[in-house]
Design a protein around this ligand. Sequence first.
Ligand code: FAD
Length: 476
Amino acid sequence: MKTALLWFRRDLRLVDNPALVAALADGAVLPVYILDEGPEVRPAGAASLWWLNRSLAALSADLEARGSRLILRRGDPARLIPEIADQAGAASVHWNDLYDPGLRERDDRLETRLSAAGLAVGRWNGAHLLRPDEVRTRTGGAFSVFTPFWRAARPGIGAPERTEPPERLPAPAGWPASDTLEAWGLQPTAPDWSTGFRDWSPGEAGARQRLAAFLARGLNGYGRARDFPAEPGVSRLSPHLHFGEISPFALWRGAQNAVERGAAPEADAEKFLAELGWREFNAAICSRGTDLARTSFDPRFEAVAWRRDPAALAAWRQGRTGYPIVDAGLRELWTTGWMHNRVRMICASFLAKHLFIDWREGEAWFWDTLVDADHASNAGNWQWVAGSGADAAPYFRIFSPMAQGAKFDPDGRYVRKWVPEIARLPDRWLHAPWTAPPMVLDQAGVGLGRTYPAPIVDHDFARARALEAYAVVKGR
Ligand code: FAD
């Protein structure tokens, strides 16, 4: 029987995995995961590595339960994949494509090299509803605005049938050498900052459970509840999707089934699917080749003179800006590795517009601390907030953290959870403690500048400063 090397990447699942289906059709399957240290790859952040560690452990266990194994190696896949394929005498190599900057070109070179050595190469789409370069304007160009992109993409998205792995995966004649997961040291120790990550269940089974829970309780009402961070109104599937523990098609089918069963209104399902659409849109923009974590999509924004302010940046990272909704978000991020979308927008806007610090600093912090850190979605959304992205929020629209807090956390449940030192303030002052009369602060046990920071920048001053500094992009 011939052997097919199956290169796992961000598709750490056995169900709905097109590369696995193709490898099985070739014969025995040799599953390989490489901790990618190639020069094209942006090193993963610490929270992502925490997740990866558990996700790989889960995948290994799932493979072992099917009489197979996961071979682990670290280094440059451009060298390691041909080497392992050669050692194992593989006749073919299969993988699901990725579109981060530089990867497609690297994979093209790898494909050429493997083909030249006589191996069959299968490259599949396991990460997206559509290949990012598949959605085109009538004239064959790429979209830069979400709504027409989604209008063009939506009808072309079908839901392929779910594919299940067999009970036993045919094993190759011999197993090549493998590292151990423990030797990679991905789990933080001294200090272990991951104790607040305990509610996550990385791995395919955890992903499926989370989707089932969301379809049972969260999809109905999603269109409204998704903006309220204290409510269980979103799926929290983003890290599972990023690591490919579940296919976006499983979400697609699940949402459509819920509508057919009458468990959720069509409008909620459409809204949810449109959010998956933003994931597709960001991937499509990213696949054009510019590294959007470094370079503004709209080149006019390269002229913006950001401020350097290490103390303000540190206060922002630590959730000590004196603006409660901003501090709550950054503390949620540090503690759990995730932050609610509405609050991501508020915190990102605060860094770029109130502090006028380069959005790249914030993007890098999110990259290190998010369990769902994703090159396309993180850079794309940061640029959306800063005004420089594709179809971005206009630079002159500046969120008021107080108004956002009052609107989306009206009873203060979210802020009280993450900023307990002001929890006893009445709702009326919770989102702007500095406006509370001294007696109210006293009664709530709040000492501004002592128990909780005074605002690190005045809102009106910051707004005017940002508008003036951003004016450089006008007329360019
Ligand atoms: P749900 O509301 O349940 O949405 C379902 C899925 O749709 C998400 O899991 C996600 O895959 C996708 N999605 C939803 N909103 C967006 C969006 N705006 N852009 C792209 N995809 C979206 N998302 C990431 O996956 N990785 C990131 O690194 C990331 N960085 C972000 C940085 C900033 C500054 C902002 C404003 C947003 C960022 N997002 C990122 C998008 C969004 O905040 C998260 O996808 C969402 O909060 C994940 O929670 P959820 O799974 O409960 O989302």
